[in-house]
Ligand binder design. Sequence first.
Ligand code: HEM
Ligand code: HEM
Ligand code: HEM
Length: 412
Amino acid sequence: MNSQQSTPSSTLPLLAIVISTFLSLIPNTVNASCSHEFSELVHQKNISYCKTLHTLDAEFGWKYQNFTNFITLEILFSAKLNKPEGWIAWGVNPGKRAEMTGTKALIGIKHPDTPLRADTYDITKEIVTGCHLLPSKISELQVSNLSMQYEGSNLYTMYARLVLPSDLYNITKLHHVWQVGYAVKGDQPLYHPTTLDNVDSTETIDLTSSVGHSTGQYWGFLRSVHGVLNIIGWGILLPSGIIIARYFRVFPFQWEPTWFYMHIACQLTGFLVGTAGWIIGLSLGHASRYYTFHTHRIFGIIIFTFSTIQMLAFRLKPKMTDDYRKYWNMYHHFLGYGLLVIIFINIFQGISILKGGKQWKWAYIGILAFFGAIVFGMEIFTWVRFFILKAKRNRSDKSKSGETTKQKSIRK
Ligand code: HEM
Ligand code: HEM
Ligand code: HEM
């Protein structure tokens, strides 16, 4: 009895540790200060503020002065280029949103045959369809002192002074975008990858706040919340409920009816938490215009459908005495274990889509190893107990049959 009561209370702190571990993996979305390396460069240029941008390992430093009709801006932008050729870009967008089309960009190009160079480019909507992106003078922006530099360890920076007209640009809501590409032709930057990191590289920043408060990291945050909820719901609570049903129902422990309440408590909370994560996933998928993760999406839908069918057990489970109860048991077991396999695959898929999630991967591998150790220990314990009981039964059967023969012979 004691052990029955202590188990749920000892699993709670464990669950709290797991949840806080995953929550700590959610990137700090605001106030990301810049690296020590970049801070030094910023200091050398006498620039006031800097921040780490949320994708592509890029960093941004700025200093501004606000006049009646214009804003002067000094910027330092850094990103890594670990291929022999490539380009780094930073730009401002006077339109309604922080996006690529309409951006007035500064692009620095690296090519093994030519020295580093940087120029201004106008990114029109034709560029998306494959038009050549050539340097062009941008009438609405005055750009001076534009340069690109190699800082060591694959780190490249771009520095420039800009004059922005106040009627087109708002210093407290400046739409800026950045990008990195690995293909160039002469002074033309060519296409860039379109991974999540590359299409998320936009934000609307308030340059007057020392930390550059921004919007645009919202999606990244929601993706992490989606991952955490799915891992906790489908990836931790559901397998825990299955372990309870397997090892606390008949063998090696018989916790009747506690196992049942614990099983449905785990499965119901797992289902609710997982469904919340799944809905966030669907809405994220709906909101992203440029890509769909087909396999992840289909697996996600299968997981939700199968577990909804499992939850029907609340209403449609035959009684223990019903003839077809054994078929229900078979289907419930089969669907339950099948579901587990798809869940594990989809969690690793999600982690690889999220990129930059090595900690996520190892945190979940750790959880799986923990479950694996419990299952391994319980299986050994079950089989050892099974053989001991079997041997005892055999012995008592033998002694009973010995007694009966004795009695029979006496009666004879
Ligand atoms: C070199 C020529 C370029 C080509 C061919 C190109 C192409 C593309 C394509 C095909 C997409 C996918 C989205 C869509 O279909 O609209 C995209 C997205 C994006 N690109 Fe580029 N791009 C180029 C240069 C740039 C530059 C220089 C920047 C940054 C200054 C940039 C920033 C972005 C951003 C932030 C996105 C995410 C979607 C959005 O905000 O519109 N791209 N690009
Ligand atoms: C997503 C939700 C669920 C999953 C994935 C799931 C999975 C499982 C699995 C894999 C087993 C077999 C464990 C074993 O013995 O090896 C099991 C047993 C069982 N589950 Fe569930 N379950 C879920 C929800 C429910 C609900 C909501 C109920 C009842 C309201 C329920 C009632 C039972 C019962 C009674 C058994 C024992 C069956 C037997 O006698 O063999 N399950 N469950
Ligand atoms: C078994 C658990 C999971 C389920 C059921 C699930 C479900 C989904 C669904 C339905 C989508 C929408 C796909 C689309 O329409 O393109 C999605 C997207 C996504 N999921 Fe998951 N997911 C799971 C686990 C994870 C995990 C663990 C992570 C990361 C740690 C993750 C990261 C993502 C990302 C980054 C997207 C793309 C969001 C976007 O389009 O902006 N998922 N997921």
